[in-house]
Ligand binder design. Structure first.
Ligand code: SAH
Length: 227
């Protein structure tokens, strides 16, 4: 069974309408819907915004449904000129750009306890998602995706995150899901379509382009699930 998490119902889009024999339950306010898409058993969840909801959702999904892997689908701000609105970012790894204990000597972004900054995504998932994107001819870049409890809409913060972590996209959930998967030894990957440029124009771009971008990510996921 493949686990699929989106933060917002906008990002789940029409994915659930492709599901055969859906069975729903709500746990801690999060709706989980399990069913079959193509030949694939899936469990989907809309977790809510930010790292806490994302972690809560991923851990619950793992304990309740034992997925063999988790894919986080959704939208993100771009951190590089190589990714424009509507293009796809596939995570090679995830980082938490707002995790910072550097005042007491740690490197910025270090997750104490597991003592890593970059949490690696699963190589097989990365290459299969990229193959599907190529087949659909959607421009796609693989790289580090940075998460934090902050909508990035400021050129200074954008440059800081891009430079500090060599990150290609920023969002608010992927690295929380990645951390939960890491400690549970579950392969994961974050797939995000670009909705905005994470700078001064983001507050205008996001409302216009988030739906189109979210649909692009779902389109790729459906291709992957129907392989
Ligand atoms: N109150 C709004 C909040 C949306 S936050 C709501 O409930 O709809 C924006 C979402 O899109 C987050 O889930 C985040 O993962 C993603 N996102 C898109 N562009 C982003 C950016 N520039 N910075 C951070 N997150 C971004």
């Amino acid at each position: 069974m493949i686990g699929i998490i989106a933060a917002m119902s906008l990002e789940m889009g029409h994915l659930r309408t492709h599901m055969n024999n859906p069975v729903s339950e709500t746990i801690s306010g999060i709706s989980f819907v399990r069913g079959r898409i193509g030949q694939q058993e899936v469990v989907t969840a809309v977790c809510g915004i930010g790292k806490v909801f994302a972690a809560l959702c991923a851990q619950t999904m793992i304990l309740r449904y034992a997925p063999s892997c988790i894919i986080n689908t959704g939208v993100a701000g771009t951190l590089t000129s190589e990714l424009s609105i509507g293009h796809l970012a596939v995570s090679s790894c995830v980082v938490q750009h707002d995790m910072d204990t550097s005042a007491i000597g740690d490197p910025v972004g270090l997750i104490s306890g597991i003592n890593v900054i970059e949490i690696p995504a699963d190589k097989t998932l990365i290459s299969r998602l990229c193959d599907c994107a190529n087949a659909l001819q959607i421009p796609t870049l693989t790289g580090c995706i940075a998460s934090g409890d902050q909508f990035v809409a400021n050129p200074g913060r954008k440059t800081y995150i891009a430079d500090t972590f060599s990150a290609i996209a920023c969002e608010m959930e992927g690295a929380a899901i990645g951390q939960v998967c890491y400690v549970n030894h579950i392969p994961f990957c974050v797939l995000r379509a670009i909705s905005d440029s994470a700078d001064g124009s983001s507050h205008m771009d996001y409302p216009v382009f988030s739906k189109m971008a979210a649909d692009q990510s779902v389109r790729l996921l459906l291709a992957y699930l129907n392989e």
